[in-house]
Design a protein around this ligand. Sequence first.
Ligand SMILES: Cc1cc2nc3c(=O)[nH]c(=O)nc-3n(C[C@H](O)[C@H](O)[C@H](O)COP(=O)(O)O)c2cc1C
Length: 275
Amino acid sequence: MNGNKKALLLVGSPKSEKSTSASLGNYLCSKLEGHVSAIDKRYIHRIYNHEEKIKELVKLINNTDIIVLSFPLYIDCLPAPVIKTMELIKEERDKLENKNAPFFIAICNNGFPESSQIKLALRICRIISEECGFTWKGGFAAGGGGAINGAPLKRKSGPGRFYVKGFDIAANSLKDDEDIPQKAFDTVSKKAVSYNMYRIFANLGFRLELHPTYLAVMIISGVLLLILGTPITIIGAIDNDPMGLNIGIAFLIIGLNLFINGIVFRMNIKKRSSI
Ligand SMILES: Cc1cc2nc3c(=O)[nH]c(=O)nc-3n(C[C@H](O)[C@H](O)[C@H](O)COP(=O)(O)O)c2cc1C
């Protein structure tokens, strides 16, 4: 690959910058740096409803060599705005007299640990690629994306280790103008977290985040600890009693933590239910 090529990352998650889709796409594209001269990025949920932005995107695509589409699996498929955008791109590209055939790479991550559930969505991506006149380079099935939760991919250890290793192999092949080897796709699809561990943490996370009773218990315990901790701390300080002071401060810290977390979770739920 020469350094004059251009890449475009399309992020198909409504969580935009904070999504796992962005983390995975950013990582693969960052590995192309030095081999491509520019990497553009578009968040699909911010443009699919804007005619002008879609037209601008189609122009950009006609000047791009590699497109990476990274999205979350929604009901075994692509999110609706991603499908809509790809349909609009096809429509606009059909009007062009001269069009390029950029490489098209898809990355799909899902909530369940098994990447096999992504197969159907990647087959759809292949058809989209053909319909838009792109050059299909393959699709990555990144199972267990929830374990990343939008954090940047960096390390060759931890839950993202197989994504990192697989994308490294893919980027090396792309820079040598070779096809992405099957090994890269297989590595990304490897299960990094055991099903049982994943289930335990997912269940815990959902319960804490969504059950109003858990949140009420968190907030009330926080308030009680703050009420108890304040006089214990003051008496400990007045009596110069380090034991009492330490217990009081511990109550205050834990109480404040429970209270703030409870309120933040509660606000998150309210925000989501009002979307
Ligand atoms: C509406 C909706 C539908 C989903 N459908 C599936 C699904 O069919 N299979 C699955 O494994 N995960 C499913 N998930 C979970 C997401 O794929 C998962 O949370 C993913 O990591 C989100 O990635 P993101 O951070 O890039 O948005 C769904 C999530 C939502 C919000």
